[in-house]
Design a protein around this ligand. Structure first.
Ligand SMILES: NC(=O)c1ccc[n+]([C@@H]2O[C@H](COP(=O)([O-])OP(=O)(O)OC[C@H]3O[C@@H](n4cnc5c(N)ncnc54)[C@H](O)[C@@H]3O)[C@@H](O)[C@H]2O)c1
Length: 354
């Protein structure tokens, strides 16, 4: 019997990679677990994670088995495994602000009546909800957070909507005796992680950073949503996250910039950093990173899910700081990359609250 029961809201590209990975590495296909950051985390393997409920609003996904819905349009995440029937039917959640006006012809709204989400969550036996809604869907993200509070279910906020970082929401989850982690997932080797590593490397080698930016384009529906509704928010969060690597004030801009449909799930990111060494000698780095958005989110998400279960096992409530700092771009307590990784490993190993 699976030990970690999760529900998903938003059966988009990240959900597709997540579900495929659970099958591919979790026993179905014996995928090469060297591709995972943590094949085992604490005592949990991927085979211990089971998706028991899923919610969406698109008519091509609602009513379908999750194994099929993840491959429905407009999803364009890479397909790397076949997933057998999971006996989890995607349920119709309320739309609220889930579909941006610019996406009305891309995300096709189901005509079915929304279910009672809190009741459906309770019935499924889920203990954790992974929120994979579009980044601009503030109302919908807050709605699902409230349903989790009602149902007593832990909340993982991969979106840039601020919840774990907001005192008001942190208190609500603490009062309801359930954990929350967020905000805005940090991909395994996405633009933010690489930009942080680059600045950290320059700083540790004694270079004086003068200015740095990172700009990118993507082709998933999330890139289009972000372009119209969450660009400023994402840019502010990413810039702040990257700045934590430099121990002095420096102009840093990092953020989602544009949408190019034919890139599909690909993301192209460009990095620029001007720094100085001895005698003011200039050191300039120009880099390009090509990555696939959805798979890039999965390894960290698999760690976060298991780390939240570890928190549940230990009776943690409210924001779990070591998990937030490790897995997210906007945690309540931001640290440089290497420190947040060390704190996370300590949290996983420790038997006492950290
Ligand atoms: N590497 C990454 O891809 C990455 C990194 C960091 C954060 N994130 C965040 O993860 C989230 C998901 O990204 P994605 O690429 O999977 O997005 P996506 O656009 O592919 O999927 C979003 C899904 O949500 C559904 N949806 C919309 N409104 C809904 C509602 N009210 N109720 C239920 N479902 C609804 C859509 O139909 C779609 O299936 C985004 O907020 C994104 O910012 C992703």
């Amino acid at each position: 019997m699976a030990k970690i029961k999760v529900a998903l809201v938003g059966v988009g590209n990240c959900a597709s990679s997540l579900v495929q990975s659970l099958h591919h590495y979790g026993g179905g296909n014996s995928g090469d677990t060297a591709e995972l950051a943590h094949p085992i985390l604490g005592s949990y393997e991927l085979a211990d994670i089971e998706v028991v409920a899923a919610f969406d609003v698109d008519k091509r996904k609602v009513g379908e088995d999750l194994s099929k819905a993840i491959f429905s349009e407009p999803n364009n995440a890479p397909v790397f495994t076949k997933v057998p029937s999971m006996r989890v039917t995607v349920q119709r959640g309320p739309t609220l602000d889930g579909i941006a006006s610019e996406l009305k012809e891309i995300v096709l709204e189901s005509k079915e009546k929304p279910v009672d989400v809190a009741a459906a969550l309770k019935k499924s036996g889920a203990k954790i909800l992974v929120c994979l809604l579009p980044g601009g869907a503030k109302e919908a993200v807050q709605f699902y957070a409230k349903e989790c509070l009602k149902a007593g279910i832990a909340f993982i906020n991969t979106t840039p909507v601020l919840l774990a970082t907001e005192e008001k929401w942190a208190q609500k989850f603490t009062k309801a005796q359930v954990p929350i982690v967020g905000d805005d997932l940090m991909s395994q080797l996405g633009a933010t992680a690489l930009h942080k590593a680059l600045l950290s490397f320059l700083t540790s080698r004694g270079a004086r950073i003068i200015e740095s930016y990172q700009l990118d384009v993507g082709g998933g529906t999330e890139s289009l949503d972000a372009l119209h509704r969450a660009r400023d928010q994402k840019r502010a969060l990413k810039s702040k996250s990257v700045s934590t690597e430099v121990p002095y004030d420096v102009p840093v801009t990092a953020g989602s910039t544009d949408y190019v449909y034919f890139l599909e799930n690909r993301r192209e990111s460009w990095f620029f950093c001007r720094s100085r060494g001895i005698g003011g000698a200039e050191i300039v780095i120009d880099l390009r990173l090509m990555s696939m958005d959805a798979p890039n989110s999965t390894s960290i998400l698999l760690d976060v899910i298991r780390a939240v279960q570890i928190g549940l096992d230990r009776g943690f409530v409210g924001p779990i700081d070591p998990v937030c700092s490790y897995g997210f771009k906007a945690p309540p307590r931001p640290y440089p990359l290497q420190i947040s990784e060390a704190i996370f490993e300590h949290y996983v190993r420790s038997t006492r609250p950290v």
